[in-house]
Design a binder for this molecule. Structure first.
Ligand SMILES: Nc1ncnc2c1ncn2[C@@H]1O[C@H](COP(=O)(O)OP(=O)(O)OP(=O)(O)O)[C@@H](O)[C@H]1O
Length: 936
C-alpha cells in the first residue's frame, strides 16, 4: 500500500493500520482551489495506482454521496468530496499525492469523532457513504506488497436512516417516508397516494393512503426527515413544491424502487411470512410505498436489518385534519422561527423520557376524531391526576428509563455497544419496578391496562442476566473490553487477575530497578510501537549501557534512552496474552448477550412502548394538576362550549415574566336549540387587546382535547372537530412568489372551499393587507359564506367595525368584543371577551404606547378626527341596507355600478347657453362655476 499513491510530504507519516497523527482539523478552512466542473475524474483505471483505482471505483458507484474512505484511524475524502466537506466542516483541505499529474485534494476526519462530523454533514443535506476496510491489512499483504486492503461501503448515511444517539434528537422521531402515486386516475379526491413511514432507530413502521388535497396535511403531521420519491414524480411542480415545504431532505430514486408488482413479495421476504396480508389489509399503493421503504432501508444499510415492526395501517380519516399553514401558525410543534421552545409542544411536554416525549409529539401532531379512543386516553390521564402519590413515584422511575427502542435497533444492526446493552438492562429493570407500582393492572382501564400488560411481559430473565453481566459504567465500544462485571464469568476473572498481577509485577520491577541502579527517574512505560520499555534520563544511561547483555537498547530520545530486558519482554508477553484472552472472552459475552437481546426484541419493544404510554399519561396528568386544567367532555355533538379558557403558551409566558395573570375567557360556538350550523363569533376590539390570543387558545383547546389531554379551562364541552382551519398572522412567502395578501387569500380560499359543519375555523383579520374597502368587502363576503355555506363553528377577529352590523341579518353570528378602559387618554387592556361590538380600535393609543414620536401621534389624531367626521356622513349601517344577503347558491352577476350622484359643476355648465349671455352674465357664470368647483 505504501506506494499506492505518491505521498505528499505533509501526510507521509500516515499509513494504514498505524496510529495516524491527527490532521490539523481545528484550523480554518484552507483557501479552496477553483472548482472545476468535473473534479472527480473519469475512471481510467490503467493510469491509476491500485488504491486510487479502488477509490474511484467505489466513488463511481456512489456518485450522490460524500465517500468516507477508511484509512487507518481516519476517514479520508478526496477530490471534490474533500473540497465540499472541508468547506462544510471547516476543516483543513490538504493534498495527498498526485493523480494524473495533479495534486489530489484531501481532508480527513478521525474515526472516533466521525459521528460529530456526520451529524453536521447530514444536517447540511449531504449523504455520506461509509467505506470500511473489510479485511486485515496483513491478509492483503499476503496477496503481494502492492495489493490494496479490501474496502466496501457498509452503509449510506442519510437523514432518514440514522441510528446513533448523537445524530438523533431524543424527543423527535426520525422518519423516512416513501411516497407512491397511482399512475392513473389522479382525480383530486381519489385516494391516489400511498405513504409509508419508517423510523429505523425505533422500528416504527406505518402506512396510509392520502389524496392530493390531504397530502400536505399528512406530510406536515408525519414530519419526516427524508422523503423518498420516484424521480419522475418530481416533474409535477405542485408536488415538488409541497415536498419542498416539508423541509425534509428529498431523495429522488428510480421509479423501479416503487414496483407494485413485486411489493408484496418484498415485504413477505423481509418479515419471513407467506404474505404481508398477515399484518392487515393494505391497498396496493400502501403496499408499494411500504416495499419501497424496505428496499431503501436495505439499499442504505447494506444487509444490516433493523428490527422493523410489521407495517401497521393508520387511517388518516381518524385524525383531525390540520393543514400545514394552520399547524405552522398555531405553533404546535415549533414556533414560526423554527424553535421548539415557545411552541405548544414545549409547554405541554412534562414527559421524563425521550420515547415519552416522542409519543406525546406524535399525539399532538395527530389529534383523534374517534370519541371512544379519546376517552380511553383521558381515562388514563384522569387516573393519574387522581393519585398524585402514584404518579410522582411513577415519574421518578420513568426518569431512569433509557431509550430501549433505539438501543435495540443499534444492537440489531451490529452498531451497538456495551452501553446499549446496559440501556436495555436498566430499561427492563425499571419496567419491573414500574409494573410493581400497579398491583392490579387489569383494573386500570384500557390505555393503562394494555401498557402495563406489555410492560409486565418484559423478559425478566434477560434483565437479570444483563444486570449480572455488565459493569455500572461500561465503555462505549465493545472492542475496548472492560464492560463485563467481575464475578460473571470465572474464566474472565482468572485471565484478568493474571493480567493485573503482571501489571503489579511491572510496578515491582520498576521499584527494584530504581533501587538497584539508583536512578530515581527510571520509569517502565508502554507505547504502541515499542510495547513495554525502561526509560531513563540520558544523563543516567551509562549505568545501563555498561551492561548490554542485560539491558538491550531500544531507542534514543532527545533527553532519554529506552531499554528492555528479557524479564520485561517475558512479562510483556504474559500481559499481552492475558489481555488478548480477556478481550476475546468479553467479545464472546457481548455477542451472546446481543443475540439474546435481539431474540427478545419484540417483548423489549412492547415494554418500551408501554413505558412511553405511561410517561405520556403521567406527564399530561402532572401538567393538568400543575396548570389547573380540566377534563373536557368530547362527544359527537356540534358543541363548542369553553368556560374560562386560557392560552397555555401565553399564560406560561406571563407567569414566567411576572407580567400579571392571564384573563380566562368563555367561547360558545355550538348551535342554539333547533339550529343545524355552528355559531360564528365576530370579535372586534382594540389592537393588543387579546383577540388573536383568544382565537388561538380555542383552537389549541380543541387540539388538546382530541389528543386525549386535559385542557386549560374551567370546563369544556367539544363536539369532535374533524378539521381545523386557521388564517392567522402570515408572513410574506416571497420564495414562492406570494405577497402577504396573496398568502392570506390562498389560505382563506382553502377554508371557504373545504370547511364543513364539523370544522373549526379561526380567521384573524382577513383582508387587512389591501385597501380598506377591498379588505372590508372580502371579509364581509367571507363571513356570509361561512354562515350560509360552510356552517362551521368559527371565530372571526377584525378591525372592520362595519362588519358588526351583519349580526342583525345573520342569525348565528354573535358580536363579541374585548374590554378596555380609557384612562387619561391612554388605554388599559382588560383582556376580557364580552358580548357586543367595539366602537373603536384605539390604534393611536397603542401606537403611542409603542413610542411613536408625539408629533406623529398628534397629527394622527387630527387625521382620524377628520376621517371619522366623513365616515359619520356615510355610516356602515347604510352599506348593509344596500346589500342583499349573500346568496351563494345563485351567485349574482356583478351588479351594475350604482348611478353616480349628479355633478353640480357639470349641471351648471349644461344650463348655460353661451349665445344667450351678455359679457357681464358670462363673467358671473364663470365665477359661479369656479365657486361650485371649489365645493366639490
Ligand atoms: N386573556 C389574556 N390575559 C392576559 N393577557 C393577555 C390575554 N390575551 C392577550 N394578552 C396579552 O396581550 C398581548 C396581545 O394580545 P393579542 O396579540 O392577542 O392582541 P390582538 O387583539 O390580536 O392585537 P392586534 O389587533 O394588534 O393584532 C398578548 O401578547 C398577551 O401578552
Amino acid at each position: 500500500m505504501a506506494d499506492d499513491m505518491q505521498i505528499s510530504p505533509s501526510t507521509a507519516q500516515l499509513r494504514e493500520g498505524e496510529d495516524a497523527p491527527a490532521p490539523d482539523n481545528a484550523g480554518a478552512t484552507a483557501p479552496l482551489p477553483e472548482r472545476s466542473g468535473a473534479a472527480t475524474p473519469a475512471p481510467d483505471f490503467s493510469a491509476m495506482t491500485p488504491m486510487m483505482a479502488q477509490y474511484v471505483e467505489i466513488k463511481t458507484a456512489n456518485p450522490d454521496c460524500l465517500l468516507f474512505y477508511r484509512m487507518g484511524d481516519f476517514y479520508e475524502l478526496f477530490f471534490q468530496d474533500a473540497e465540499e466537506a472541508s468547506r462544510a466542516l471547516g476543516i483543513t483541505l490538504t493534498k495527498r499525492g498526485k493523480h494524473l499529474g495533479e495534486d489530489i485534494p484531501m481532508c480527513g476526519v478521525p474515526v472516533h469523532a466521525a459521528d460529530d462530523y456526520l451529524q453536521k454533514l447530514i444536517s447540511l443535506g449531504f449523504r455520506v457513504a461509509v467505506c470500511e476496510q473489510t479485511e486485515d491489512p496483513a491478509e492483503a499483504k499476503k496477496r503481494g506488497s502492492k495489493s490494496v486492503v479490501r474496502r466496501e461501503v457498509v452503509r449510506l448515511v442519510t437523514p432518514g436512516t440514522l441510528t446513533e444517539d448523537r445524530l438523533l434528537e431524543a424527543a423527535r422521531n426520525n422518519f423516512l417516508l416513501t411516497l407512491a402515486r397511482a399512475r392513473t386516475g389522479s382525480l383530486e379526491d381519489e385516494a391516489n397516494y400511498g405513504l409509508a413511514w419508517v423510523d429505523i432507530s425505533t422500528g416504527a413502521f406505518r402506512v396510509a393512503t392520502s389524496d392530493a388535497r390531504q397530502l400536505a396535511g399528512d406530510l406536515a403531521r408525519i414530519d419526516p426527515r427524508e422523503i423518498i420519491v420516484a424521480d419522475v414524480l418530481l416533474d409535477d411542480a405542485e408536488l415538488r413544491r409541497q415536498l419542498a415545504e416539508t423541509g425534509a431532505a428529498l431523495s429522488p430514486v428510480p421509479r423501479s424502487l416503487f414496483d407494485g408488482a413485486t411489493a408484496s413479495d418484498r415485504l413477505a421476504r423481509y418479515y419471513g411470512v407467506a404474505t404481508p396480508e398477515a399484518f392487515g389489509s393494505f391497498s396496493r399503493l400502501e403496499m408499494t410505498a411500504a416495499a419501497a421503504a424496505i428496499a431503501y432501508v436495505e439499499r442504505t444499510q447494506y444487509g444490516e436489518r433493523p428490527p422493523l415492526d410489521p407495517p401497521s395501517h393508520e387511517a388518516t380519516s381518524r385524525r383531525m385534519l390540520i393543514d400545514p399553514a394552520t399547524r405552522a401558525n398555531l405553533e404546535l410543534m415549533r414556533t414560526l422561527s423554527g424553535e421548539r421552545a415557545g411552541s405548544l409542544l414545549s409547554v405541554i411536554d412534562c414527559t421524563v423520557s425521550g420515547p415519552g416525549s416522542r409519543l406525546l409529539a406524535a399525539r399532538l401532531a395527530g389529534p383523534l376524531t374517534e370519541v371512544e379512543e379519546i376517552r380511553k386516553r383521558q381515562d388514563a390521564v384522569a387516573r393519574l391526576v387522581g393519585d398524585t402519590y402514584l404518579r410522582e413515584r411513577l415519574r421518578e422511575r420513568l426518569r431512569a428509563v433509557p431509550d430501549m427502542a433505539r438501543a435495540l435497533s443499534r444492537i440489531a444492526m451490529q452498531r451497538g455497544g456495551p452501553r446499549d446493552l446496559l440501556a436495555i438492562a436498566s430499561g427492563l429493570g425499571a419496567a419491573r419496578d414500574i409494573a410493581g407500582l400497579f398491583p392490579d393492572a387489569s383494573g386500570e382501564g384500557e390505555e393503562l391496562g394494555s401498557a402495563l400488560a406489555r410492560i409486565a411481559a418484559a423478559p425478566a430473565e434477560l434483565a437479570g442476566e444483563l444486570e449480572r453481566a455488565l459493569v455500572d459504567e461500561p465503555p462505549l465500544l465493545a472492542r475496548d473490553g472492560g464492560f463485563v462485571a467481575e464475578g460473571y464469568l470465572a474464566d474472565l476473572d482468572e485471565v484478568r487477575r493474571l493480567r493485573d498481577d503482571s501489571r503489579k509485577v511491572i510496578a515491582q520491577l520498576q521499584g527494584a530497578l530504581t533501587d538497584e541502579l539508583a536512578i530515581r527517574a527510571l520509569k517502565i512505560k508502554h507505547n504502541n510501537v515499542l510495547g513495554w520499555f525502561i526509560e531513563v534520563p540520558a544523563t543516567h544511561a551509562e549505568k545501563l549501557t555498561a551492561d548490554p547483555a542485560r539491558f538491550i537498547h531500544r531507542q534514543t530520545m532527545a533527553g532519554a534512552m529506552r531499554f528492555t530486558t528479557t524479564e520485561l519482554a517475558d512479562l510483556e508477553s504474559r500481559i499481552a496474552n492475558a489481555a488478548g484472552r480477556a478481550l476475546a472472552l468479553e467479545s464472546e459475552v457481548f455477542r451472546r448477550l446481543c443475540e439474546a437481546v435481539i431474540e427478545a426484541g419484540n417483548a423489549i419493544k412492547g415494554a418500551a412502548d408501554g413505558l412511553s404510554v405511561l410517561d405520556v399519561a403521567a406527564g399530561l396528568a402532572h401538567l393538568a394538576e400543575a396548570e389547573n386544567q380540566c377534563r373536557p367532555v368530547v362527544d359527537d355533538s356540534l358543541a363548542f362550549d369553553i368556560r374560562g379558557g386560557r392560552h397555555p403558551v401565553v399564560e406560561q409566558a406571563l407567569k414566567r415574566e411576572g407580567a400579571g395573570s392571564f384573563v380566562a375567557n368563555d367561547a360558545d360556538l355550538g348551535p342554539s336549540e333547533g339550529e343545524a350550523g355552528g355559531r360564528i363569533w365576530l370579535i372586534t376590539g382594540p389592537n393588543m387587546a387579546g383577540k388573536s390570543t383568544f382565537l388561538r387558545q380555542n383552537a389549541l383547546i380543541a387540539i388538546l382535547a382530541q389528543m386525549g389531554a386535559f385542557v386549560p379551562a374551567a370546563s369544556a364541552h367539544i363536539g369532535v372537530v374533524d378539521r381545523l382551519f386557521s388564517r392567522v398572522g402570515a408572513a410574506d412567502d416571497l420564495a414562492r412568489g406570494r405577497s402577504t395578501f396573496m398568502v392570506e387569500m390562498v389560505e382563506t380560499a382553502a377554508i371557504l372551499n373545504q370547511a364543513g359543519a364539523r370544522a373549526l375555523v379561526i380567521l384573524d383579520e382577513i383582508g387587512r393587507g389591501t385597501s380598506t374597502f377591498d379588505g372590508l368587502s372580502i371579509a364581509w363576503a367571507a363571513i356570509e359564506h361561512l354562515h350560509e355555506m360552510n356552517r362551521s363553528r368559527a371565530l372571526f377577529a377584525t378591525h372592520y367595525h362595519e362588519l358588526t352590523a351583519l349580526s342583525g341579518r345573520l342569525p348565528r353570528l354573535t358580536n363579541a368584543t374585548v374590554r378596555v378602559r380609557e384612562w387619561q387618554g391612554d388605554v388599559v387592556f382588560l383582556h376580557e371577551i364580552v358580548a357586543g361590538a367595539a366602537d373603536r380600535s384605539y390604534g393611536i393609543q397603542v401606537a403611542k404606547l409603542a413610542g411613536l414620536p408625539p408629533a406623529v401621534i398628534e397629527r394622527a389624531r387630527a387625521v382620524l378626527a377628520q376621517l371619522e367626521e366623513q365616515d359619520r356622513r356615510a355610516p356602515g349601517e347604510q352599506l348593509i341596507d344596500d346589500l342583499p344577503l349573500f346568496a351563494a347558491a345563485a351567485p349574482r352577476t356583478s351588479a351594475p355600478a350604482a348611478k353616480a350622484a349628479p355633478d353640480p359643476v357639470l349641471e351648471a355648465l349644461d344650463a348655460i347657453d353661451p349665445d344667450d349671455l351678455t359679457p357681464r352674465a358670462a363673467l358671473e357664470a364663470l365665477y359661479k362655476l369656479k365657486q361650485a368647483r371649489k365645493k366639490t
